[in-house]
Write a protein of this length. Sequence first.
Length: 357
Amino acid sequence: MNYRILSINPGSTSTKISVFDDEKEIFIKTLRHDPAELDRVGTILEQDQFRKGLVIEAMKENNVDPATLNAVVGRGGLVRPVSGGVYKITTKMLEDLKDPTIWGRIHASNLGAFIATAIAKELDIPCYIVDPVTVDEFDDIARISGIPEVERKSLFHALNIRYTARKLGDKLNKNFEETNMVGVHMGGGITVAAIKQGRVVDVNNALLGMGPFSPQRAGALPIGDVIDLSYSGKYTKKELNTYLTKTAGLMAYLGTDDGRVVTERIEAGDQEAKKIFDAMIYQIAKEIGACATVLNGKVDGIFLTGGLAYGKYIVEELSKRVEFIAPVHVFPGEFEMEALTQAGVRVLKGQEEAKEY
């Protein structure tokens, strides 16, 4: 039996949706939203019914009857830390997604569970989230930062990292849960993860404060200089946070966060662009090496994914530095919609058990 799954991935001004019959794609579409219209609708968590209506309309436009769905899967938002996997959407989960004090903010991805619930409830079918950014499978030793007041936290591109790890396991003809890998997601932010027998036991904070700098983010910085910058009077706390998470990295040095543009500049002989891009590659390689030590050097493979993995230059230069550790495998792009869908299929086919939140 084939299972028809609707997957929903909300962003701040868009909602990406897909419908699959098992592995067969029926359609994938990104619904764009006018920010002014969203403001009229209300806050992020007040947009669920509005976006739900657009999702239903898009399905009908693509000749998909909602009554034919077997399950709905939403993008996992900022829930409390959980282990990786598929989770049933519960009242407690929805309550936590409404609570800004847990992570200090409400993210658009939190809407995934609400829209999925609204659609699934009317159809009397199950609804789930999968591998939210708050997946936390750290070994306890990895939580120690250096001062008791600060604990290392697990925040990363969990959905794409864990699904790509499954794809590499299949490629190597190995069980995902019996394989050691280093996974690298390279987009606006960069995640480098040590994956031990299916668990992400250590990973840099891909949002702020750890790992390599990225097209938009600062990565790890010298603490003393950050303290000086914080008290310089040049930035408010909010301005500095925005700088370090959205306009740092390649953007700060080169005025662009587009790896393709940087590569074109390098090919045209721009030595400054080459130096900065090579520095980012250098830092990614260092982080991969660090993750290899977490796995005691027993690494079955390294995989590169995300938008930057389409770039020949970054893949070749990065591979030169790390292929002595393990073979490098490239899965360019993101597989978020596929990841959401196939998680739902695995649960409905009894290949994986949905967890209780």
